[in-house]
Design a protein. Structure first.
Length: 207
């Protein structure tokens, strides 16, 4: 009777040791895992340093200067505006969203990595650039997309069209994913002339 009793205790002790080791493994694995990233309904991850809310969705844009974005090889997308972009608000906005969408698709934590914030500043007015992170934190949405997530197809399916224009201010209607069955995501981008160059001053819902 004594020997089976000690055998049972030994088996129980080994089982407890194995269980404790397994629990320790799970704890170490959980602590080493990165924080969960925000995803859209279709599972696309959004790179960033803060969470995002869903932005407004809308229909297609209209205007007298519409540009179809996307389609270019990612290696040909400039990280800062070209002189031609600085001369045209529609070209500036189209170039910015090609660069921005490519960045969040290709690079984790975009645009907060070394060098990327400097590139970001080249597209924006000084005030918008200064307030960039606080805008995102206060609204809980990405400042450029007004959205919590994104669809990778937006890079090849977006348009920019002028809806209002004055001497030094122009409003551009951006439509992302206008051809997608899930529906378009649309918003307005206000551009202003800063030191003789068009820059993005704000991104807002509506037209």
């Amino acid at each position: 009777m004594t020997r089976p009793f000690f055998i049972s205790l030994s088996v129980a002790f080994v089982a407890l040791v194995i269980l404790a080791a397994f629990l320790l493994y799970l704890q170490l694995k959980a602590s080493a895992s990165p924080a969960p990233s925000t995803t859209t309904e279709n599972g696309q991850q959004f790179g960033g340093t803060f969470p995002f809310n869903n932005g407004a969705s809308g229909g297609t844009g209209s205007g007298n200067s519409q540009v179809q974005g996307g389609g270019a090889a990612t290696s040909s997308i400039p990280s800062t505006p070209t002189p031609a972009m600085y001369a045209s608000p529609t070209a500036l906005v189209t170039g910015f969203y090609a660069w921005y969408l490519n960045g969040i698709i290709q690079t984790p934590n975009f645009p907060y990595n070394p060098g990327e914030k400097s590139d970001l500043s080249a597209w924006l007015t000084p005030d918008f650039f200064t307030n960039w992170e606080s805008i995102g934190e206060n609204s809980d949405a990405d400042p450029a997309l007004l959205s919590q997530g994104y669809d990778e197809e937006w890079l090849n399916d977006f348009t920019a069209s002028t809806t209002a224009s004055e001497a030094a201010t122009s409003t551009i209607r951006v439509v992302l994913g206008g051809k997608l069955p899930t529906g378009a995501h649309a918003f307005s981008v206000v551009t202003t002339v800063t030191n003789g160059q068009w820059r993005i001053a704000s991104v807002r819902e509506g037209s």
